[in-house]
Design a protein around this ligand. Sequence first.
Ligand code: GCO
Length: 454
Amino acid sequence: MAVLRFPERFVWGTATSAYQIEGAWDEDGRSPSHWDTFAHTPGKTRNGETGDVACDHYRRWPEDMALMASLNIQAYRFSVSWPRILPNGGNQINEAGLDHYDRLVDGLLEAGIRPFITLYHWELPQTLQDAGGWPERSTVDHFVQLADVVSRRLGDRVHNWITHNEPWCTSMLSHQIGLHAPGWRNWPAALAAAHHVLLSHGTAVPAIRANAPQAEVGIAPNYEPAYPLTRSPEDIEAARIWDGYYIRWFNDPLFGRHYPADMVAYYQEKGYLPHGLNFVQPGDMETIAVPVDFIGINNYTRQIMSGKVSLDQFQTAASPNPNATYTEMNWEVYPDGLYDLLNRLHFDYQAPKIYITENGCSYGDGPDKNGRIHDTRRIDYLRSYLTGVHRAIGNGVPVAGYFVWSFMDNFEWSLGYSQRFGMVYVDYQTQQRLPKESAYWYKDVISHNQLETM
Ligand code: GCO
C-alpha cells in the first residue's frame, strides 16, 4: 500500500445538474425546457422516463446539503435551470426561480461548501428552441443575458463559474447523433450549434467577470480520448478523426488555434459544411479564445479506434477491449486516459489550471438486507482514476480539484433512471437517500487529503 498526498488546498467536490435532480419542472414559474419536451416525446427516453420529479431536490435541497456537509464535501458543482430564471429565454426574470439559487448558495456557504455554478447544463427554454435553438446565432445573446443575470445576483458569493457543460454534447450528441434534446440528425446544424456554444462562452466570460471580479471563470468540455487499436495507418487515422471530432474541434478554438484544418477538410469532403465555415463572423475566433482561469475536464472513458470511422454510427465507433472492465454504461474503465489528458491539456494546450469537473461511474448496487451498499467497484474506479490524477500532478500539471459525478443517483438523460452514478443511493419511490460505501470512502480521502492505494 502507498499513501498519495494531494496538494494543500486541493478542492474535493461532487457534481450534479439541475434537470437531473431538481424535479418541480413546472413550479414557481419555471417554463419547459427543450429537455422537458424531448423527455415527454414518446420513444426518446428509456420507458418514457422524465425529469418531472427526479430526486425532488428543488424541495429537498436543505437535507441534501446537510448530507453533503456530513460527508465533508468541500465544493459542490451544480447547474442553474435557465427556464426557471428566464422562462422566456431572456428579458423577464422569474424572481422565484432566481431566489431558489440564492438560497441554495447561502445554504452551501453556511455549510462551508464552496459553490461552483454551471450556467448551461442542457436546459434551453423551449421558446428559444422554437426560435431555432443553438444552430441560431441569436441564442448566443440570450445565453449571455442568462450569464449576466445569474452572475449579477450571485457573483458576490460565488467565485467559480463554468459557462458550458460539454459543448460536444450540446452540439453533436444533440444535433448530429440525435440522442439528446432536441434530437436532430443534421450535420450542418450541429456544427453551427458548436460554434454558437463556443461563441456564447467567449462572450459570457467578460460579462461574468464584470459582475464577479474575484471569480474564476472556465468551461467544462467532455474529453473522450481516442487510441488506435494497432499501429496500422488506418487505425491511427481513425483515432485522429475521432480526436478531431470530439476534442480538437472544441479545444483548438478555445485555445486560439481556430478550427482544426484537417477536420474542416474532412467535414467539407463529407458534405457536412455545405457553406463552409459561414457561421464564423469576423472577430468570433478571438472572442472564443478569451483567456479562461481554468479548464474543467469531464472524463469517464476512452475510445479504441480501428478501421474506417463512421461518425454517423456513433455507437459502433468503439472497439471493445477484451482485457478491460466496463461500467454499466458499457464504458471502459481506463484511468490512464485521464492521466494522458491531463498531461496533454497542460503540455500541449497550456491550460492555466485544471479542475476535473466530472469523473465517476455507473454501477447499480443497491442496499443489502442491512441497508448497506457495497459499491466497491465504484471505490476501485475512483481510486484508480485519482491515482492517475496524483501522478499527473507529480508531472507539474496544475490540477486544482476533483469532482465526483455524481453526488446522488439521478436522471441519466435518455437512459432515464436505469444508471446509478451516485455516491448516495436514491430510492425513487420514497426519495430516501442512503450513502453508499463509496461516500464514506470519499469522506475519508477528503478528511486526510490523501489516497491509500492497494
Ligand atoms: C454528462 C453530464 C452528466 C452525465 C454524466 C454521466 O456529462 O454527460 O455532464 O449529466 O450524467 O456525464 O453520463
